[in-house]
Design a protein around this ligand. Structure first.
Ligand SMILES: *Cc1c(COP(=O)(O)O)cnc(C)c1O
Length: 495
Protein backbone atom coordinates (compact mmCIF):
# COMPACT_ATOMS: atom_id res chain seq x y z
CA UNK A 1 0.00 0.00 0.00
CA UNK A 2 1.29 3.44 -0.92
CA UNK A 3 0.96 5.77 2.07
CA UNK A 4 0.95 9.49 1.29
CA UNK A 5 0.93 12.39 3.73
CA UNK A 6 -1.17 15.49 4.15
CA UNK A 7 -1.08 18.52 6.39
CA UNK A 8 -3.37 18.58 9.43
CA UNK A 9 -4.34 22.09 8.30
CA UNK A 10 -5.22 21.20 4.74
CA UNK A 11 -2.81 23.08 2.46
CA UNK A 12 -0.84 20.06 1.32
CA UNK A 13 -1.99 16.61 0.21
CA UNK A 14 -0.51 13.54 -1.45
CA UNK A 15 3.02 14.27 -0.21
CA UNK A 16 5.36 11.24 -0.43
CA UNK A 17 6.97 10.20 2.86
CA UNK A 18 10.49 11.18 1.80
CA UNK A 19 9.39 14.74 1.02
CA UNK A 20 7.54 15.00 4.34
CA UNK A 21 10.77 13.93 6.09
CA UNK A 22 12.76 16.57 4.23
CA UNK A 23 10.27 19.36 4.91
CA UNK A 24 9.54 18.55 8.56
CA UNK A 25 6.62 20.97 8.82
CA UNK A 26 3.92 21.56 6.18
CA UNK A 27 3.88 24.93 4.44
CA UNK A 28 0.70 26.01 6.29
CA UNK A 29 2.31 25.32 9.67
CA UNK A 30 0.39 22.04 10.00
CA UNK A 31 1.88 18.61 10.73
CA UNK A 32 2.18 15.84 8.16
CA UNK A 33 -0.06 12.85 8.88
CA UNK A 34 -0.50 9.62 6.90
CA UNK A 35 -3.65 9.75 4.72
CA UNK A 36 -4.46 6.35 6.23
CA UNK A 37 -2.73 4.38 8.96
CA UNK A 38 -1.31 1.16 7.51
CA UNK A 39 -2.30 -2.13 9.16
CA UNK A 40 0.00 -4.71 10.69
CA UNK A 41 -0.85 -7.69 8.52
CA UNK A 42 1.88 -9.95 9.88
CA UNK A 43 0.82 -12.21 12.75
CA UNK A 44 2.15 -11.57 16.24
CA UNK A 45 3.75 -15.04 16.14
CA UNK A 46 5.66 -14.04 13.05
CA UNK A 47 6.72 -10.67 14.49
CA UNK A 48 7.78 -12.26 17.79
CA UNK A 49 10.51 -14.20 16.04
CA UNK A 50 12.03 -11.07 14.50
CA UNK A 51 15.04 -9.01 15.60
CA UNK A 52 14.55 -5.34 16.48
CA UNK A 53 15.88 -4.41 13.04
CA UNK A 54 13.40 -6.67 11.25
CA UNK A 55 10.46 -5.38 13.27
CA UNK A 56 11.71 -1.88 12.42
CA UNK A 57 11.73 -2.72 8.74
CA UNK A 58 8.28 -4.32 8.87
CA UNK A 59 6.68 -1.35 10.65
CA UNK A 60 8.56 1.51 8.97
CA UNK A 61 8.25 0.21 5.42
CA UNK A 62 4.47 0.51 5.76
CA UNK A 63 4.68 4.21 6.64
CA UNK A 64 7.65 5.19 4.47
CA UNK A 65 6.38 3.51 1.37
CA UNK A 66 8.38 5.49 -1.18
CA UNK A 67 11.69 4.26 0.30
CA UNK A 68 12.93 1.10 -1.42
CA UNK A 69 13.72 -1.96 0.69
CA UNK A 70 17.42 -1.41 0.05
CA UNK A 71 17.23 2.24 1.16
CA UNK A 72 15.27 1.53 4.31
CA UNK A 73 17.43 -1.45 5.32
CA UNK A 74 20.50 0.75 4.85
CA UNK A 75 18.99 3.39 7.20
CA UNK A 76 17.98 0.80 9.82
CA UNK A 77 21.28 -1.08 9.77
CA UNK A 78 23.28 2.11 10.24
CA UNK A 79 21.04 3.39 13.04
CA UNK A 80 20.43 0.34 15.23
CA UNK A 81 23.91 -1.10 15.53
CA UNK A 82 26.66 -1.19 18.17
CA UNK A 83 25.89 2.45 19.07
CA UNK A 84 23.35 0.79 21.35
CA UNK A 85 24.85 -1.00 24.32
CA UNK A 86 22.47 -3.97 24.03
CA UNK A 87 21.59 -6.20 21.10
CA UNK A 88 17.92 -6.01 22.01
CA UNK A 89 18.07 -2.22 21.39
CA UNK A 90 14.98 -1.68 23.58
CA UNK A 91 14.95 -4.30 26.40
CA UNK A 92 12.15 -4.89 28.90
CA UNK A 93 12.79 -4.91 32.65
CA UNK A 94 10.17 -6.72 34.75
CA UNK A 95 9.27 -5.47 38.22
CA UNK A 96 6.55 -6.55 40.63
CA UNK A 97 3.92 -4.32 39.05
CA UNK A 98 4.93 -3.55 35.48
CA UNK A 99 7.37 -3.94 32.61
CA UNK A 100 9.77 -1.06 31.97
CA UNK A 101 10.63 -0.60 28.30
CA UNK A 102 14.16 0.80 28.41
CA UNK A 103 14.54 3.29 25.57
CA UNK A 104 17.83 4.74 26.79
CA UNK A 105 20.48 2.36 25.50
CA UNK A 106 21.65 4.66 22.69
CA UNK A 107 24.45 7.19 22.48
CA UNK A 108 23.00 9.95 24.65
CA UNK A 109 21.11 7.72 27.12
CA UNK A 110 17.66 9.23 26.51
CA UNK A 111 14.81 7.97 24.35
CA UNK A 112 15.42 10.67 21.72
CA UNK A 113 18.18 8.37 20.42
CA UNK A 114 15.58 5.85 19.25
CA UNK A 115 14.50 8.22 16.47
CA UNK A 116 17.48 10.55 16.12
CA UNK A 117 19.82 7.66 15.37
CA UNK A 118 17.91 6.98 12.18
CA UNK A 119 16.62 10.44 11.17
CA UNK A 120 19.92 11.54 9.55
CA UNK A 121 19.86 8.47 7.32
CA UNK A 122 16.18 8.90 6.45
CA UNK A 123 16.89 12.53 5.62
CA UNK A 124 20.01 12.07 3.49
CA UNK A 125 18.31 9.20 1.65
CA UNK A 126 15.31 11.46 1.04
CA UNK A 127 17.61 14.19 -0.25
CA UNK A 128 19.14 11.77 -2.75
CA UNK A 129 15.73 10.44 -3.86
CA UNK A 130 14.44 13.95 -4.45
CA UNK A 131 17.60 15.17 -6.19
CA UNK A 132 18.22 17.81 -3.57
CA UNK A 133 21.42 19.62 -4.52
CA UNK A 134 21.86 21.63 -1.34
CA UNK A 135 23.65 20.56 1.81
CA UNK A 136 21.14 20.12 4.66
CA UNK A 137 21.59 22.40 7.66
CA UNK A 138 19.74 21.19 10.75
CA UNK A 139 18.82 24.07 13.01
CA UNK A 140 17.62 23.16 16.50
CA UNK A 141 16.76 24.87 19.77
CA UNK A 142 17.04 22.55 22.73
CA UNK A 143 16.29 22.43 26.42
CA UNK A 144 18.84 19.63 26.76
CA UNK A 145 18.08 16.17 25.40
CA UNK A 146 17.08 16.79 21.78
CA UNK A 147 20.10 18.91 20.86
CA UNK A 148 22.59 16.36 22.08
CA UNK A 149 20.79 13.39 20.54
CA UNK A 150 20.41 15.24 17.23
CA UNK A 151 24.12 16.13 17.13
CA UNK A 152 25.12 12.58 18.01
CA UNK A 153 22.93 11.39 15.15
CA UNK A 154 24.11 13.89 12.56
CA UNK A 155 27.81 14.05 13.56
CA UNK A 156 29.95 13.39 10.46
CA UNK A 157 26.97 12.34 8.32
CA UNK A 158 28.00 13.47 4.80
CA UNK A 159 25.79 16.16 3.24
CA UNK A 160 24.62 17.56 6.58
CA UNK A 161 25.54 20.17 9.14
CA UNK A 162 23.89 20.82 12.47
CA UNK A 163 23.71 23.97 14.59
CA UNK A 164 22.21 23.73 18.08
CA UNK A 165 21.20 26.62 20.35
CA UNK A 166 20.67 26.10 24.08
CA UNK A 167 19.96 28.47 26.98
CA UNK A 168 23.22 29.10 28.82
CA UNK A 169 21.68 28.75 32.28
CA UNK A 170 18.73 26.53 31.40
CA UNK A 171 20.17 23.03 31.08
CA UNK A 172 21.57 20.55 33.61
CA UNK A 173 25.33 20.25 34.18
CA UNK A 174 25.44 16.84 32.51
CA UNK A 175 23.41 18.08 29.56
CA UNK A 176 25.67 21.10 28.97
CA UNK A 177 28.84 19.05 29.22
CA UNK A 178 27.44 16.47 26.83
CA UNK A 179 26.78 19.20 24.29
CA UNK A 180 29.96 21.28 24.49
CA UNK A 181 32.15 18.19 24.15
CA UNK A 182 30.32 17.04 21.00
CA UNK A 183 32.65 15.70 18.31
CA UNK A 184 32.13 15.88 14.54
CA UNK A 185 33.38 18.45 12.03
CA UNK A 186 29.82 19.32 10.98
CA UNK A 187 28.48 20.02 14.48
CA UNK A 188 28.15 23.39 16.14
CA UNK A 189 26.74 24.28 19.56
CA UNK A 190 25.95 27.79 20.69
CA UNK A 191 24.84 28.95 24.13
CA UNK A 192 22.51 31.95 24.17
CA UNK A 193 22.13 34.36 27.04
CA UNK A 194 18.30 34.02 26.93
CA UNK A 195 15.99 31.19 27.97
CA UNK A 196 14.68 28.21 25.99
CA UNK A 197 11.74 30.17 24.56
CA UNK A 198 14.16 32.79 23.21
CA UNK A 199 16.19 30.05 21.53
CA UNK A 200 13.05 28.47 20.07
CA UNK A 201 11.73 31.81 18.82
CA UNK A 202 15.09 32.73 17.28
CA UNK A 203 15.22 29.43 15.39
CA UNK A 204 11.62 29.76 14.14
CA UNK A 205 12.40 33.28 12.88
CA UNK A 206 15.34 31.98 10.88
CA UNK A 207 13.17 29.28 9.30
CA UNK A 208 10.74 31.98 8.11
CA UNK A 209 13.35 34.53 6.97
CA UNK A 210 13.12 34.77 3.15
CA UNK A 211 16.36 36.71 2.69
CA UNK A 212 18.25 34.18 4.75
CA UNK A 213 16.72 31.32 2.73
CA UNK A 214 17.89 33.01 -0.51
CA UNK A 215 21.41 33.53 0.78
CA UNK A 216 21.52 29.93 1.98
CA UNK A 217 20.44 28.60 -1.40
CA UNK A 218 23.08 30.69 -3.18
CA UNK A 219 25.71 29.21 -0.88
CA UNK A 220 24.37 25.68 -1.45
CA UNK A 221 22.50 25.10 1.83
CA UNK A 222 18.94 24.35 2.91
CA UNK A 223 17.49 24.32 6.43
CA UNK A 224 15.68 21.30 7.84
CA UNK A 225 14.32 20.34 11.24
CA UNK A 226 15.10 17.49 13.60
CA UNK A 227 12.23 18.51 15.86
CA UNK A 228 9.79 15.85 17.06
CA UNK A 229 7.07 17.06 14.68
CA UNK A 230 9.03 15.47 11.80
CA UNK A 231 7.37 12.19 10.74
CA UNK A 232 10.91 10.84 10.40
CA UNK A 233 10.98 10.95 14.20
CA UNK A 234 7.48 9.67 14.79
CA UNK A 235 7.58 6.55 12.63
CA UNK A 236 10.73 4.99 14.22
CA UNK A 237 9.02 5.36 17.61
CA UNK A 238 6.07 3.15 16.57
CA UNK A 239 8.54 0.27 16.22
CA UNK A 240 9.39 -0.25 19.88
CA UNK A 241 5.75 -0.47 20.94
CA UNK A 242 5.20 -3.32 18.51
CA UNK A 243 8.53 -4.88 19.51
CA UNK A 244 7.81 -4.74 23.24
CA UNK A 245 4.42 -6.40 22.78
CA UNK A 246 6.08 -9.19 20.80
CA UNK A 247 8.77 -9.63 23.44
CA UNK A 248 6.06 -10.14 26.09
CA UNK A 249 4.53 -12.84 23.90
CA UNK A 250 7.90 -14.43 23.23
CA UNK A 251 8.73 -14.55 26.95
CA UNK A 252 5.32 -16.11 27.70
CA UNK A 253 4.19 -13.13 29.81
CA UNK A 254 1.07 -12.69 27.65
CA UNK A 255 -0.64 -14.59 24.82
CA UNK A 256 -0.86 -13.18 21.29
CA UNK A 257 -4.03 -11.09 21.17
CA UNK A 258 -4.08 -10.18 24.88
CA UNK A 259 -4.38 -6.47 25.47
CA UNK A 260 -1.76 -4.42 27.30
CA UNK A 261 -1.52 -0.81 28.56
CA UNK A 262 1.26 1.63 27.78
CA UNK A 263 2.20 4.41 30.20
CA UNK A 264 4.23 7.23 28.65
CA UNK A 265 5.92 10.18 30.41
CA UNK A 266 4.84 12.96 28.10
CA UNK A 267 6.09 16.37 26.99
CA UNK A 268 5.60 17.20 23.33
CA UNK A 269 3.20 14.22 22.89
CA UNK A 270 5.45 12.53 20.31
CA UNK A 271 6.22 9.33 22.15
CA UNK A 272 2.66 8.56 23.21
CA UNK A 273 1.33 9.45 19.76
CA UNK A 274 3.59 6.73 18.36
CA UNK A 275 1.95 4.28 20.80
CA UNK A 276 -1.46 5.44 19.52
CA UNK A 277 -0.34 4.82 15.92
CA UNK A 278 0.76 1.32 16.97
CA UNK A 279 -2.75 0.73 18.32
CA UNK A 280 -4.33 2.08 15.12
CA UNK A 281 -2.12 -0.34 13.16
CA UNK A 282 -3.85 -3.16 15.03
CA UNK A 283 -1.59 -3.82 18.03
CA UNK A 284 -3.82 -5.11 20.90
CA UNK A 285 -3.71 -2.13 23.26
CA UNK A 286 -6.16 -1.33 26.05
CA UNK A 287 -5.26 2.11 27.46
CA UNK A 288 -2.62 4.65 26.58
CA UNK A 289 -1.86 6.39 29.84
CA UNK A 290 -0.52 9.92 29.41
CA UNK A 291 1.67 10.92 32.37
CA UNK A 292 2.52 14.57 33.07
CA UNK A 293 4.53 16.29 35.77
CA UNK A 294 3.39 19.44 37.57
CA UNK A 295 2.99 21.10 34.13
CA UNK A 296 -0.27 19.20 33.75
CA UNK A 297 -1.85 20.93 30.76
CA UNK A 298 -2.43 17.58 29.01
CA UNK A 299 -4.07 16.05 32.07
CA UNK A 300 -6.52 18.95 32.21
CA UNK A 301 -7.20 18.55 28.49
CA UNK A 302 -8.08 14.86 28.78
CA UNK A 303 -10.33 15.52 31.78
CA UNK A 304 -12.13 18.67 30.57
CA UNK A 305 -11.72 18.82 26.77
CA UNK A 306 -10.14 22.26 27.08
CA UNK A 307 -6.48 22.81 26.25
CA UNK A 308 -5.32 25.95 28.02
CA UNK A 309 -1.70 27.04 28.07
CA UNK A 310 -2.46 30.24 30.02
CA UNK A 311 -0.95 29.11 33.29
CA UNK A 312 2.22 29.18 35.34
CA UNK A 313 5.20 27.31 33.98
CA UNK A 314 7.14 25.19 36.48
CA UNK A 315 10.74 24.01 36.34
CA UNK A 316 10.75 20.44 37.65
CA UNK A 317 13.19 17.58 38.13
CA UNK A 318 11.83 16.08 34.87
CA UNK A 319 12.83 19.00 32.59
CA UNK A 320 12.15 17.22 29.29
CA UNK A 321 8.47 17.25 30.22
CA UNK A 322 8.38 20.93 31.22
CA UNK A 323 6.30 22.10 28.32
CA UNK A 324 3.03 23.98 27.87
CA UNK A 325 2.43 23.53 24.14
CA UNK A 326 2.58 19.87 23.14
CA UNK A 327 3.04 20.19 19.36
CA UNK A 328 2.25 16.61 18.44
CA UNK A 329 -1.18 16.77 20.07
CA UNK A 330 -2.29 18.44 16.82
CA UNK A 331 -2.16 15.04 15.13
CA UNK A 332 -4.56 13.57 17.70
CA UNK A 333 -6.85 16.60 17.40
CA UNK A 334 -6.94 16.07 13.63
CA UNK A 335 -7.97 12.45 14.22
CA UNK A 336 -10.79 13.21 16.68
CA UNK A 337 -11.96 16.05 14.43
CA UNK A 338 -12.82 13.35 11.89
CA UNK A 339 -9.62 14.13 9.94
CA UNK A 340 -11.11 17.50 9.12
CA UNK A 341 -8.34 20.00 8.34
CA UNK A 342 -10.60 23.05 8.61
CA UNK A 343 -11.67 22.24 12.17
CA UNK A 344 -8.07 21.45 13.15
CA UNK A 345 -6.81 24.72 11.67
CA UNK A 346 -9.49 26.65 13.59
CA UNK A 347 -8.58 25.03 16.91
CA UNK A 348 -4.88 25.72 16.34
CA UNK A 349 -5.66 29.29 15.37
CA UNK A 350 -7.50 29.66 18.66
CA UNK A 351 -4.47 28.21 20.48
CA UNK A 352 -2.11 30.72 18.94
CA UNK A 353 -4.52 33.68 19.41
CA UNK A 354 -6.07 32.93 22.81
CA UNK A 355 -3.75 30.29 24.17
CA UNK A 356 -6.59 27.78 24.37
CA UNK A 357 -9.29 25.76 22.62
CA UNK A 358 -12.09 23.38 23.55
CA UNK A 359 -13.09 20.25 21.65
CA UNK A 360 -16.77 19.23 21.29
CA UNK A 361 -18.33 16.47 23.41
CA UNK A 362 -18.39 14.14 20.42
CA UNK A 363 -14.73 14.77 19.80
CA UNK A 364 -13.90 14.30 23.46
CA UNK A 365 -15.66 10.92 23.42
CA UNK A 366 -13.09 9.79 20.86
CA UNK A 367 -10.32 10.23 23.43
CA UNK A 368 -11.43 7.06 25.25
CA UNK A 369 -8.27 5.23 24.14
CA UNK A 370 -6.41 7.47 26.58
CA UNK A 371 -6.23 7.77 30.34
CA UNK A 372 -4.19 10.48 32.02
CA UNK A 373 -2.61 11.55 35.26
CA UNK A 374 0.08 13.77 36.68
CA UNK A 375 2.45 13.63 39.59
CA UNK A 376 3.98 16.21 41.86
CA UNK A 377 7.70 16.49 42.65
CA UNK A 378 7.13 14.63 45.94
CA UNK A 379 5.25 11.82 44.22
CA UNK A 380 8.00 11.50 41.60
CA UNK A 381 10.68 11.19 44.31
CA UNK A 382 8.49 8.72 46.21
CA UNK A 383 8.24 6.52 43.08
CA UNK A 384 12.03 6.49 42.71
CA UNK A 385 12.50 5.56 46.37
CA UNK A 386 9.80 2.90 46.38
CA UNK A 387 10.90 1.20 43.16
CA UNK A 388 14.45 1.16 44.48
CA UNK A 389 13.42 -0.33 47.82
CA UNK A 390 10.93 -2.87 46.50
CA UNK A 391 12.47 -3.85 43.18
CA UNK A 392 16.15 -2.81 43.48
CA UNK A 393 15.61 -0.89 40.24
CA UNK A 394 16.54 2.77 39.82
CA UNK A 395 14.27 4.97 37.70
CA UNK A 396 15.13 8.33 36.20
CA UNK A 397 12.85 11.25 37.10
CA UNK A 398 10.77 11.15 33.89
CA UNK A 399 10.12 7.43 34.14
CA UNK A 400 9.30 7.93 37.82
CA UNK A 401 6.54 10.37 36.88
CA UNK A 402 5.06 7.62 34.71
CA UNK A 403 5.43 4.99 37.44
CA UNK A 404 3.71 7.24 39.96
CA UNK A 405 0.84 8.03 37.57
CA UNK A 406 0.44 4.32 36.85
CA UNK A 407 0.20 3.45 40.53
CA UNK A 408 -2.57 6.01 40.98
CA UNK A 409 -4.32 4.77 37.84
CA UNK A 410 -4.43 1.21 39.18
CA UNK A 411 -5.74 2.41 42.53
CA UNK A 412 -8.51 4.42 40.85
CA UNK A 413 -9.58 1.89 38.22
CA UNK A 414 -8.61 -1.55 39.50
CA UNK A 415 -7.40 -2.24 35.95
CA UNK A 416 -5.30 -5.44 36.00
CA UNK A 417 -4.18 -5.33 32.35
CA UNK A 418 -0.44 -6.09 31.96
CA UNK A 419 1.31 -2.76 31.57
CA UNK A 420 4.44 -1.49 29.87
CA UNK A 421 5.94 1.77 31.13
CA UNK A 422 8.12 3.69 28.67
CA UNK A 423 11.43 4.34 30.42
CA UNK A 424 12.77 7.42 28.67
CA UNK A 425 16.14 8.16 30.26
CA UNK A 426 18.96 6.52 32.13
CA UNK A 427 19.07 7.56 35.80
CA UNK A 428 22.66 8.68 35.14
CA UNK A 429 21.36 11.57 33.09
CA UNK A 430 19.55 12.99 36.12
CA UNK A 431 21.81 11.57 38.81
CA UNK A 432 21.45 14.44 41.27
CA UNK A 433 17.65 14.34 41.47
CA UNK A 434 17.58 10.54 41.49
CA UNK A 435 20.08 10.21 44.34
CA UNK A 436 18.35 12.98 46.28
CA UNK A 437 15.15 10.95 46.12
CA UNK A 438 16.89 7.83 47.42
CA UNK A 439 18.87 9.45 50.23
CA UNK A 440 19.67 13.10 50.96
CA UNK A 441 23.12 12.10 52.16
CA UNK A 442 24.28 12.20 48.52
CA UNK A 443 23.37 15.89 48.11
CA UNK A 444 26.77 17.17 49.18
CA UNK A 445 28.69 15.04 46.64
CA UNK A 446 30.03 16.52 43.40
CA UNK A 447 28.52 15.60 40.03
CA UNK A 448 31.47 13.31 39.31
CA UNK A 449 31.22 11.57 42.70
CA UNK A 450 27.53 11.02 42.14
CA UNK A 451 28.15 8.87 39.08
CA UNK A 452 30.09 6.47 41.31
CA UNK A 453 27.36 6.68 43.94
CA UNK A 454 24.77 5.76 41.37
CA UNK A 455 26.78 2.80 40.17
CA UNK A 456 26.89 1.47 43.70
CA UNK A 457 23.21 2.10 44.34
CA UNK A 458 21.87 0.76 41.05
CA UNK A 459 24.37 -1.97 40.24
CA UNK A 460 24.29 -0.66 36.66
CA UNK A 461 27.64 0.14 35.04
CA UNK A 462 28.36 3.78 34.22
CA UNK A 463 27.25 4.25 30.59
CA UNK A 464 29.78 5.25 27.94
CA UNK A 465 27.97 8.57 27.47
CA UNK A 466 28.87 9.50 31.05
CA UNK A 467 32.42 8.11 30.98
CA UNK A 468 33.00 10.22 27.87
CA UNK A 469 32.03 13.53 29.40
CA UNK A 470 34.28 12.92 32.38
CA UNK A 471 37.36 13.14 30.18
CA UNK A 472 36.30 14.69 26.86
CA UNK A 473 37.77 17.99 25.73
CA UNK A 474 35.51 21.01 25.41
CA UNK A 475 35.09 21.85 21.72
CA UNK A 476 32.33 24.45 21.69
CA UNK A 477 32.54 27.73 23.56
CA UNK A 478 30.46 30.20 21.52
CA UNK A 479 28.02 32.25 23.59
CA UNK A 480 25.80 34.87 21.97
CA UNK A 481 23.03 37.33 22.74
CA UNK A 482 19.56 36.24 21.64
CA UNK A 483 19.42 38.83 18.84
CA UNK A 484 22.74 37.66 17.40
CA UNK A 485 21.64 34.12 16.57
CA UNK A 486 21.30 34.75 12.85
CA UNK A 487 24.68 36.48 12.73
CA UNK A 488 26.24 33.38 14.30
CA UNK A 489 24.59 31.09 11.76
CA UNK A 490 25.78 33.29 8.89
CA UNK A 491 29.30 33.26 10.25
CA UNK A 492 29.40 29.50 10.82
CA UNK A 493 28.16 28.85 7.27
CA UNK A 494 30.34 31.49 5.70
CA UNK A 495 27.42 33.50 4.26
C1 LIG B 1 11.64 14.21 25.30
C2 LIG B 1 11.49 13.42 26.55
C3 LIG B 1 10.22 13.08 27.07
C4 LIG B 1 8.93 13.56 26.43
O1 LIG B 1 8.66 12.93 25.20
P1 LIG B 1 7.63 13.58 24.17
O2 LIG B 1 7.73 12.74 22.95
O3 LIG B 1 8.10 14.98 23.95
O4 LIG B 1 6.28 13.53 24.81
C5 LIG B 1 10.17 12.31 28.23
N1 LIG B 1 11.29 11.92 28.86
C6 LIG B 1 12.52 12.23 28.39
C7 LIG B 1 13.71 11.78 29.15
C8 LIG B 1 12.67 12.99 27.22
O5 LIG B 1 13.90 13.29 26.78
Amino acid sequence: MNVLYRSTRGAEENVPASLAVLKGLASDGGLFVPQSIPKLNESIEELSKMSYQDVAYTVMSKFLSDYTEEELRYCINNAYDSKFDTKEIAPLHKTKNAYFLELFHGKTIAFKDMALSILPYLMTTAAKKNNLKEEIVILTATSGDTGKAAMAGFADVPGTRIIVFYPKNGVSAVQERQMITQKGENTCVVAITGNFDDAQTGVKKMFQDKKLAEDLKKAGFQFSSANSINIGRLVPQVVYYVYSYCQLVKKGEIKAGDKINFVVPTGNFGNILAAYYAKLMGLPVNKLICASNKNNVLYDFFITGTYDKNRDFYLTSSPSMDILVSSNLERLIFKIAGEDAKTTAELMESLSKNGKYTVSNDQKALLADFASGFSTEEECAEAIRKTYEEDKYVLDTHTAVAASVYEKYVKDTGDKTPTVIASTASPYKFARSVLHAIDEKYDSHTDMEQFDDLREVSGVEIPKAIEEIRSAEIRHTTVCETDKMQAVVREKLGL
